[in-house]
Design a protein around this ligand. Sequence first.
Ligand code: F6P
Length: 344
Amino acid sequence: MERIGVLTGGGDCPGLNAVIRGVVRKAALSNIKVVGIKNGWKGLVNIDTIDLDIDKVADILPKGGTILGTSRTNPYKNFEDVGKVIANYKKLKLDALVAIGGEDTLGVANKLVKENKGLNIVGCPKTIDNDLSGTDCTFGFDTAINIVTEAIDRLQTTADSHHRVMVVEVMGRHAGWIALHSGIAGSADFILIPEAPINLDEICNVITKQRQRGKLYSIIVAAEGAQIQGKDMVTKDQILDAFGHVILGGIGERLAKMIGNATGFETRSVVLGHLQRGGSPSAFDRVIATKFGVKAMELVLAKKFGYMASLQGTEVKEVPIELAVGTLKTVDAKSYDLAKTFFG
Ligand code: F6P
């Protein structure tokens, strides 16, 4: 084991740099050279790399984003690109590759491992959405829910002053973990998640009862993929990315109009969008991302290819990447039921 590659793919997320630093520092202890592959799988399709050493990663731990850049490039969209990835891995003389990403990036890693063309890949579970199976949580999620919780706290005071309903739209395409956890932490009056389409009357009844009780403002948290029963997900446009995802957005605004019209209460909406992905990672994310990076390198050293670092309870262990990308980890009924205790 002399030379390994590391790449970050998919949406960026706080903690990516902490993983990269963990990989490089652990590799350095065994005199293994680390090549940073730029912009996710794109950097292996085109050979776009940067050599990494402990000086290059010295001050990156608290920085948001990724020093390697990222993209949603899917080599499996174009058969020739898969061939280029395999050929360039060999051209770069890599002995192994650490792929840091979510369902899409690790989905590509899993396919490459299964093709058995000599690519030794290990994974690290990233995404603010926390929707990856095979790990208790992904890094980036904790930072995101702290950003949203702070935003909700701030929105409480302005909503209270104006006696308004405030709808907060947060990220989460198919899984409502961000909405659920930030909604609980921010004492939201209603939380909408993609897993449980809601009847508009349910929300309006909750808000109306609150007013009758004398609480004159309400906070509604809605995941971007949340749906009103009988209606489709709200999308920005119909363009699909390389992994077939549509760009979501607009449920907050739509909901605000519907609630305002149905109840007569003044209603506003706010979209937190990419604010949730930006900035410095929380201490929790810095620690698990660091542990994931070190674990990924341990998997490389142990030649446990096709595996991914995974948080299980308080320990970082490993699971087959296949287990993480098979099905999305969505919000379970028990977790949502707990949140419902506090609706209204
Ligand atoms: O995959 C993470 C995520 O943050 C989703 O929650 C969101 O729908 C998507 O990325 C947004 O992606 P983009 O940065 O391409 O707009």
